[in-house]
Design a protein around this ligand. Structure first.
Ligand SMILES: [Zn+2]
Ligand SMILES: [Zn+2]
Length: 417
């Protein structure tokens, strides 16, 4: 789909996506692939490779390799790629085996191999729906999640890896796609029932972003990323009233009955719905505590400067949801000089103030001589659909369309194909 210059709303048939499964940044010189049924595939490569074994190793020396499905009717489990990175750069990073349907291309790149899976959009979405959350979620949630994921990839507004000629990668950086192993009968049914449906705003497919939990108020896109204001990605109060509460501090302390709060989704039940994404934690309201020494060590490592003491941490600017997008930190280095560190976006703030990643940049700061505490709300950037809030709505009986319209103000559903 990358070459077609995509995705206008006039599109009338299901596109085929190119998803990066192993990326050059993974620096792989070798990739092991196994086949459920080798007789259904052929290999195109410079030097001939016979598909006699069910397990093959490809290396940079093979040049480019294309593994092509020869029987269009064969809908089995296909090709398993071993040791695929999942959660790159996060503390839950691990290597998993990913089973793919469709064709696979292995392309040598300067720093390592690139493995691309060509997969029809609906098959991709059936995997994304349950890789993002678990298949035990109510149908209206899974449908809303699938329509949002379909819209996001078809809008192709982010296009984070265009230089690699792929539509998205397999990971949290784009949408979590863990292949056919993840698909369930529920997720396939959801793709069938919503097949070809997208969100439109002003005749354009919505760049329908989503995150785990807004914490009570969703965020405006332009407060998180360097992008223009989008009417359907603006802050809403994640409650039946939907009105914007201007005073986020009041709302934060009151922790009212919003859809992503424990009044709609019992935190002890969350694990069942979040599946393997869950970290067994509280996400609606959380706190983290550092001693002076701990935070000095952490920041020293993150910014590569020796910090002796942190004098002050302050939010210089927040979005509507309370997410900090400009943070000020004054510290004294080992030479005794006072220095200032400013972080200018929510991603850097979350990356810098935690050994792996802070749940969100929506937090209050309490500091004394010895302790620095962050009291936070939500998980993720908070823009667009709040997944735990959407789950709360689904559990409360809201329909797929009601959920989508709640989070994407002014958007409309449209059947493309
Ligand atoms: Zn990506
Ligand atoms: Zn929410």
């Amino acid at each position: 789909m990358t070459d077609q210059k995509p995705y206008q709303h006039q599109i009338q048939s299901e596109p085929v996506l190119r998803i990066g499964i192993i990326l050059p940044i993974d620096r792989r010189k070798e990739i092991t692939v196994s086949f459920t049924n080798p007789s259904q595939y052929k290999i195109d490569s410079k030097s001939p490779i016979n598909l006699t074994s069910s397990k093959l190793k490809f290396s940079v020396d093979d040049g480019g390799v294309k593994i092509i499905k020869t029987n269009a009717k064969f809908d089995g489990y296909g090709i398993t790629v071993h040791n695929v990175p999942a959660g790159r750069g996060f503390h839950w990073e691990k290597n998993i085996d990913v089973t793919l349907s469709g064709n696979v291309h292995i392309i040598p790149n300067k720093s390592g191999l690139l493995l691309i899976n060509e997969v029809p959009l609906e098959k991709y979405l059936a995997s994304v729906a349950v890789s993002e959350m678990s298949g035990t979620c109510p149908t209206s949630f899974l449908e809303a999640q699938t329509i949002a994921a379909r819209s996001w990839i078809m809008a192709a507004a982010e296009n984070k890896h265009s230089e690699l000629g792929i539509d998205a990668c397999n990971d949290d950086c784009c949408q979590r796609y863990q292949g056919m192993n993840q698909m369930t009968s529920e997720s396939k049914a959801v793709c069938n029932s919503t097949s070809g449906k997208v969100l439109l705003y002003d005749n354009e497919i919505c760049d329908a972003r989503y995150s785990k939990s807004c914490g009570g108020l969703t965020e405006n896109a332009e407060n998180i990323w360097d992008m223009d204001f989008k009417p359907y990605l603006t802050s809403i109060y994640d409650s039946p009233e939907k009105k914007i509460q201007v005073d986020w501090q009041h709302w934060f302390r009151a922790a009212p009955d919003v859809f992503c709060s424990p009044s709609y989704v019992d935190e002890s039940e969350l694990h069942k719905y979040l599946g393997n994404v869950d970290k067994n934690s509280k996400y609606f309201r959380w706190s983290i505590k550092y001693s002076q020494k701990e935070l000095c060590e952490l920041l020293s490592k993150k910014i590569n400067v020796d910090i002796g003491r942190i004098v002050k941490i302050d939010a210089l600017n927040r979005g509507y949801s309370g997410r900090i997008n400009h943070l000020y930190c004054e510290y004294i280095n080992l030479a005794g000089e006072t220095k200032v560190l400013e972080l200018n976006n929510e991603y850097d703030i979350r990356k810098t103030l935690h050994p792996s990643f802070l749940y969100s940049s929506c937090f209050m700061i309490k500091m004394n001589d010895e302790l620095i505490e962050f009291y936070g709300a939500g998980w993720g950037h908070g823009v667009g659909l709040c997944q735990i809030g959407a789950l709360g709505m689904a559990l409360d009986g809201y329909s797929t369309e009601q959920i989508l319209i709640h989070f994407y103000s002014g958007a409309k559903l449209k059947q493309l194909y």
